[in-house]
Design a binder for this molecule. Structure first.
Ligand code: DQA
Length: 152
């Protein structure tokens, strides 16, 4: 099986961007840790980051093959960045491919501005992990890997 790690806008700037909220770890280093975690659990890993909503949606669609055939991945770890709070289009893309997804936020969004407290995407995910830094991605991979193994 394959797990996709999807990161939305501004997450390409991790490491330099607001370190008080997001720490000093770069996206590349987080992605490398995700690839290693997947490998340890016996899964392949595809990573993707984009600042554009449409490109994120096009990538999510790659989880769906033609005529209901399997797509390029079997589960999704997604940090939609600020799109979390208002992108009905990303929510609908996740619902459309209907793969198990876990939403991750590096920062504890509930300790921050009011507009970050709402997620329109979480309701179409299996679960959500917030505030645990980059460890959230690894915990999400563990949860999805277990789920995929149980479904075999
Ligand atoms: C974030 C939280 C969002 O509110 C913010 O817009 C981000 C990052 C996080 O990982 O904590 O870009 O998703």
């Amino acid at each position: 099986g394959t797990i996709a790690i999807v990161n939305g806008p501004n997450l390409d700037l991790l490491g330099v961007r607001e370190p008080a909220h997001y720490g000093r770890q770069t996206l590349q280093s987080i992605e490398e840790a995700c690839i290693e975690k997947c490998r340890q659990l016996g899964f392949d890993c595809i990573t993707f980051q984009s600042n554009s909503e449409g490109d994120l949606i096009d990538f999510i669609h790659r989880g769906l093959g033609p005529d209901g055939a399997p797509g390029e991945f079997d589960a999704i770890v997604i940090n939609p960045g600020a799109y979390t709070h208002y992108s009905y289009a990303i929510r609908d893309a996740l619902a459309a491919v209907s793969l198990p997804a876990v939403e991750v936020h590096i920062s504890n969004v509930h300790r921050r501005e009011e507009f970050r407290h709402q997620s329109v995407t979480a309701a179409v995910c299996v679960g959500q992990i917030v505030g645990l830094g980059s460890m959230g991605y690894l915990l999400a991979i563990e949860a999805l890997a277990q789920r995929l193994k149980e479904g075999e």
